[in-house]
Design a protein around this ligand. Structure first.
Ligand code: C5P
Length: 223
């Protein structure tokens, strides 16, 4: 019997991180932020002066990274890569853009696949990303696909970044998020699409409590 998985997919700024943190703490399950792995790998490649277009070298670097996630809330989050806390760089929108560039490469995705599956440990895992329900955990017991209007997502991401002390212009951020989503949706490998058996939740007009209410209903009906 393999540990249970709840897959949470959707575009950037839709609130996946908030949902995953909330569910993990209510259920006492583990958490996987798969986007952070792509972000970390992009940063590490850059730091090693590897051309991001040289996807074989980028993919090979994945095996050399010792990655540790620490902290239960967004505020006290730490991401240790080979011992150094890189959370600030990891969370910038610039890094999000770099991550989505390397994420188009099959070699890179393959290099991170097992690493993501290793997070599946009892009593269960809540995983968020773009292809959790379609590729990484196709047998997840519950698949949620979150959506929200582009304007709302840009606003949420701006609030999140400014809470971290990063200065952002809403117009720039909005353009960056759109470009990144377009790339994520149209790439050939593991594009951002809901799994056929995913439940879509449009969160544009919902507050976090209302999103959790919807998910609680799903958890009840699915056992
Ligand atoms: O979710 P986050 O914004 O941290 O993801 C950064 C980028 O990493 C995404 O825009 C996407 O290109 C890529 N990604 C992916 N597959 C995942 C998670 C993230 O391709 N499962």
């Amino acid at each position: 019997q393999r540990a249970q998985v709840i897959a949470v997919d959707g575009p950037s700024g839709v609130g996946k991180g908030m949902v995953v943190r909330g569910l993990a703490s209510r259920l006492g399950w583990h958490r996987l932020d798969s986007g952070a792995l792509y972000r970390i790998l992009a940063l590490a490649a850059q730091a090693a002066s590897i051309d991001l277009a040289d996807t074989d070298r980028v993919a090979a670097l994945a095996a050399k990274l010792d990655i540790r996630f620490d902290g239960d809330t967004e505020e006290d989050e730490r991401i240790l890569v080979n011992g150094t806390d890189v959370v600030k760089e990891v969370r910038s929108e610039t890094t999000g853009g770099l991550a989505s560039q390397i994420a188009t490469a099959p070699a890179v995705r393959a290099a991170l696949l097992q690493r993501q599956r290793d997070f599946r440990v009892a009593p269960g895992l809540i995983a968020d990303g773009r292809d959790m329900g379609t590729v990484v955990f196709p047998d997840a017991g519950l698949k949620i696909f979150l959506t929200a209007s582009a304007e709302e997502r840009a606003k949420r991401r701006a609030n999140q970044l400014s809470a971290r002390g990063q200065v952002v212009r809403l117009a720039d951020l909005s353009a960056e998020i759109r470009a990144r989503d377009e790339r994520d949706r149209t790439r050939a490998v593991a594009p951002l699409v809901p799994a056929p058996d995913a439940v879509e939740i449009d969160t544009s007009l919902l507050n976090p409590a209302q999103v959790f209410e919807r998910i609680d209903e799903l958890l009840k009906t699915r056992g």
